[in-house]
Design a binder for this molecule. Structure first.
Ligand SMILES: Nc1ncnc2c1ncn2[C@@H]1O[C@H](COP(=O)(O)OP(=O)(O)OP(=O)(O)O)[C@@H](O)[C@H]1O
Length: 326
């Protein structure tokens, strides 16, 4: 008789439980913060300056120790874990990249695999492959030094370095903060498309609201050390937990609603039409923002055999009715 064992598929998880951090200055940087993040999620920590985002992030890789509460990875308290284990598990990207100025690009990317004692040829192969994925030609840039790169290129090297040992967790502190607005948008879009990030846990700190809504599967909004709300972008926009959340988002509320809501979210409130042929560039999975850009005149979108009329007026009316129905 054969006995089959069911081997559970273990997914990576971070649990932050009732964590508090005081500093000597008297500031309570983080007050009783708890959350969980699972494999495949991008949690964005958003908020005002001094809100406790960086301190929270740095407690996860033990650069800062909490005074109260605990943090665990895959059910193991991080205080019990060896530094090499944490290094293998967690990649860290900083705003100013933290690249070593006297190391070439290739050497910078290979730092962690080298600490983990990978074979030299494996390190080089992995580093070159990451450079290609991040659109940095190895032929051109492998042997140059960080100061010979633009800010956007340095940021890509910083990201490649954090990804080199393929850690399941990526912590990012204002990773796009030092870039000019246009480069920032481009690097951010490339970041979203990176297949290397699938199935990882990403925790990203920013005070850029748009960035948070673009990248976060969930957003944790912090103020003065406290988590004001942790939820999906839709939760924060349409079910704000308190007046702070509402006021924080208010200046961008309209734009964020258009970018967060997909055409399929409001499909029931869009009018049917029999006129016109479907706009091939517009899909139900496009955001309302994209639909507005596409449908400045009029577009027809097909959904479950129905044809819906999409233009500025129909979108705005449908959003208003969507919000009423919540
Ligand atoms: N090493 C430290 N020593 C003393 N106080 C600190 C230290 N690090 C942070 N703080 C204080 O803790 C609070 C939270 O800081 P933290 O850097 O976590 O905030 P933040 O939300 O990341 O802010 P920012 O967006 O400005 O980077 C602030 O009041 C800050 O002054």
């Amino acid at each position: 008789m054969r006995i089959f064992f069911l081997i559970p598929v273990l997914s990576v998880m971070i649990q932050v439980s009732h964590v508090t951090k005081f500093f000597d200055s008297g500031a309570t940087a983080v007050k009783d913060v708890s959350f969980e993040v699972k494999e495949g999620e991008t949690l964005v920590l958003l908020g005002t300056s001094g809100g406790g985002k960086t301190t929270t992030l740095r407690m996860i890789n033990r650069l800062i120790e909490p005074d109260e509460g605990s943090i665990s990875i895959d059910g193991k308290d991080i205080r019990q874990l060896q530094p090499t284990y944490l290094r293998r598990k967690i990649g860290y990207v900083l705003q100013n990249t933290g690249l070593f100025p006297h190391y070439t690009v290739l050497e910078n990317i290979g730092v962690v695999p080298q600490l983990l004692k990978w074979e030299k040829t494996a390190i080089e192969k992995r580093s070159r492959s990451l450079m290609e994925k991040l659109r940095l030609s190895p032929a051109e840039y492998a042997h140059v030094y960080p100061h010979q790169l633009s800010g956007g290129q340095q940021q890509r090297v910083g990201l490649a370095r954090a990804l080199a040992a393929d850690p399941p967790i990526l912590l990012m502190d204002e990773p796009f903060g030092a870039l000019d607005p246009l480069t920032r948008i481009n690097v951010r879009q490339e970041f979203r498309k990176l297949d290397e990030l699938h199935n990882k846990i990403v925790i990203l700190v920013t005070h850029d609201v748009e960035e948070a809504f673009e990248l976060g599967t969930r957003i944790g909004l912090m103020n003065q050390g406290s988590m004001q709300q942790l939820g999906t972008p839709k939760d924060l926009l349409f079910r704000p937990a308190n007046a702070f959340v509402q006021q924080f988002l208010q200046p961008k509320q309209f734009e964020l609603e258009l970018k967060t809501l997909l055409v399929e979210d409001i499909i029931n409130w869009l009018p049917d039409t029999t006129n016109g042929s479907p706009d091939l560039t517009l899909e139900p999975g496009n955001s309302c923002w994209e639909a507005l850009a596409a449908g400045i005149n009029e577009s027809v979108v097909q959904y479950n055999g129905q044809q819906k009329l999409v233009n500025g007026n129909t979108i705005l009316e449908a959003i208003a009715r969507y919000k009423k129905a919540l």
